[in-house]
Design a protein around this ligand. Structure first.
Ligand SMILES: C[S@@+](CC[C@H](N)C(=O)[O-])C[C@H]1O[C@@H](n2cnc3c(N)ncnc32)[C@H](O)[C@@H]1O
Length: 390
C-alpha cells in the first residue's frame, strides 16, 4: 500500500520537506507534527550539584536564526496543508520558544485553528537556576485545512474518557518515563520522546480506524506506534538514521487492537425523525391539538404536518419559536398531546416511533432502549380516523 510512491505503514529516512513533496494532494486524514523547538541553548546546563542536565541540545534543533526557522516552518507546513484532506486534522506541538512563530505561520498558511490544548506536565523538569517559573507545559494547536472544513471529532467518546464531563483543553499527562522511555545502551534513545498517552488522545479524538496518520518529525516513532495500535495506517519521516531505526524496532512490538474494540459505539447518530412520520403512522392525528406544557397554548395539526394557532402557521419549531419570541426553538421539547387526560410530550411519541421502526432489525439497545410502552401505540393510521370528529 502506498501514498504516492511512498510506502504506508513505514518510517522513511529523509528530510521531511522532500518527503512531504512526494505525498499527493488531499490524501492524509491526520497530521501530528512535533517540529524542532529551536531552543537556542548556549552551552551545557548544570544542576546545582554540578551534574549535567539532559536538555535538548541536538543538531536537529539548531537553526542559524529565527528567520531561518520561519523559512523552514513555512516550507514543511505549506506541504502539510496541501496533503491534508478537507476532512482532516492538523496538530502541532511546541513550547514558548517556537509555538507563537509556528502558530502565526500556521494561520498564514490557511489552516483554521479549532483549539489550542495545553499539555500540563505534573512532573516537569525543574528550573535549575531558579530564575524563572518552572516551565510545566507545552502547547498543542489543533487546526483544520480551512474554516469551512468538516472534520472528525469523537466528542462523546472523549467525554466518556473524562468521566462523562466534556473533555477540556488542559490535558494532565506525565512526561515520558519508566518503561515507556526507549533506551539504547542504557541511554535515552530520543531527548524529546512524547508520551504515548498524548497521541492516544489526539488520534482517538480526531481520526477513525484505517485513516492515514502522518508525522513529519517522527523521532522515536510515538505517533506511528500509537496509530498502529489504534488500527490506523501511518507514515512517518525523520532525517536521522538512528531515530528511524529506533522507531522501526519500536513498531515491531506494537500489535493493533482488535477492530471491534476500536469502533466508536457511542458516537452513532440517531436517525432524524421528521414530525410528518408521526402523523403518517398515526401517533399524532391530523386535526388534533398540540399543547404547551401548561396547556395554555394550543395549535392544531394540519395535513401537511404544519401546525396552526389562531395567528400563525408553521413547523412545530417555528411556531414554538414565535410563541417564545426566540429566533429558534426545538418544537420536540415544547409541544405535548393529550392522551387520556394526561399531557404526553411529542418527543416521547417520537421515541416510541424510533423504537418500533428505526432499529433496522438490529438490537441497538444503546441507541434505542427497548420500550414496552404499548399505551402510546396508535390505534388507527391516518387513513382511518375522522379528522372532523377530533
Ligand atoms: C521534537 S523531535 C520529535 C519527537 C517525537 N515526537 C517523539 O515522540 O519521539 C523532532 C524530530 O524531528 C527530526 N527532524 C528535524 N528536522 C527534520 C527534517 N528537516 N526532516 C525530518 N526530520 C527532522 C529530528 O531528527 C527529531 O527526531
Amino acid at each position: 500500500m502506498t501514498l504516492g510512491k511512498l510506502n504506508i505503514n513505514a518510517i522513511h529516512l529523509g528530510d521531511c520537506i522532500d518527503l512531504l513533496k512526494q505525498v499527493p494532494d488531499n490524501s492524509v486524514d491526520l497530521i501530528f507534527a512535533d517540529p524542532p523547538y529551536n531552543l537556542q541553548l548556549n552551552g551545557e546546563l548544570y544542576r546545582p550539584n554540578q551534574t549535567k542536565v539532559d536538555a535538548v541540545n541536538d543538531a536537529w534543533d539548531k537553526f542559524e536564526s529565527k528567520e531561518d526557522y520561519d523559512v523552514f516552518t513555512e516550507a514543511w507546513m505549506r506541504e502539510c496543508h496541501r496533503i491534508l484532506k478537507n476532512t482532516g486534522s492538523f496538530w502541532v506541538i511546541g513550547t514558548y520558544h517556537n509555538i507563537f512563530r509556528v502558530g502565526t505561520i500556521l494561520q498564514n498558511t490557511g489552516f483554521w485553528i479549532l483549539n489550542d490544548v495545553v499539555w500540563v506536565k505534573p512532573n516537569p523538569m525543574p528550573n535549575f537556576k531558579g530564575t524563572r517559573f518552572n516551565n510545566a507545559h507545552e502547547t498543542l494547536i489543533w487546526a483544520t485545512k480551512s474554516k469551512s472544513s468538516s472534520y472528525t471529532f469523537h466528542y462523546h467518546s472523549l467525554k466518556a474518557m473524562n468521566d462523562d464531563l466534556q473533555m477540556r483543553s488542559d490535558w494532565w499527562i506525565p512526561i515520558c518515563q519508566g518503561t515507556e522511555r526507549i533506551k539504547v545502551n542504557g541511554q535515552k534513545a530520543h531527548s524529546t520522546q512524547k508520551p504515548a498517552e498524548l497521541l492516544l488522545r489526539i488520534i482517538l479524538s480526531t481520526s477513525n480506524p484505517n485513516d492515514i496518520v502522518l508525522d513529519p518529525f517522527s523521532g522515536s516513532g510515538t505517533t506511528a506506534a500509537v496509530a498502529k495500535r489504534l488500527g490506523r495506517r501511518f507514515i512517518a519521516f525523520d532525517r536521522e538514521e538512528f531515530y528511524v531505526q529506533v522507531a522501526k524496532d519500536r513498531l515491531e512490538n506494537v500489535k493493533p487492537i482488535a477492530k471491534q474494540l476500536l469502533e466508536y459505539k457511542i458516537e452513532t447518530k440517531k436517525p432524524k425523525v421528521p414530525f410528518a412520520n408521526l402523523i403518517e403512522k398515526g401517533y399524532i392525528k391530523i386535526g388534533e391539538y398540540l399543547y404547551s406544557k401548561d396547556g395554555r397554548i394550543s395549535s392544531q395539526v394540519n395535513a401537511d404536518s404544519t401546525i396552526s394557532t389562531d395567528e400563525i402557521t408553521g413547523s412545530i419549531h417555528s411556531v414554538s419559536a414565535t410563541i417564545l419570541k426566540k429566533s429558534s426553538s426545538n418544537g420536540w421539547g415544547y409541544w405535548y398531546v393529550k392522551r387520556e387526560n394526561k399531557f404526553i410530550s411529542i418527543d416521547e411519541l417520537r421515541y416510541e416511533y424510533e423504537t418500533k421502526y428505526l432499529k433496522n432489525g438490529k438490537q441497538d439497545n444503546n441507541l434505542f432502549p427497548i420500550s414496552n410502552n404499548t399505551d402510546l401505540d396508535p390505534q388507527e393510521n391516518f387513513l382511518e380516523y375522522d379528522s372532523n370528529a377530533i
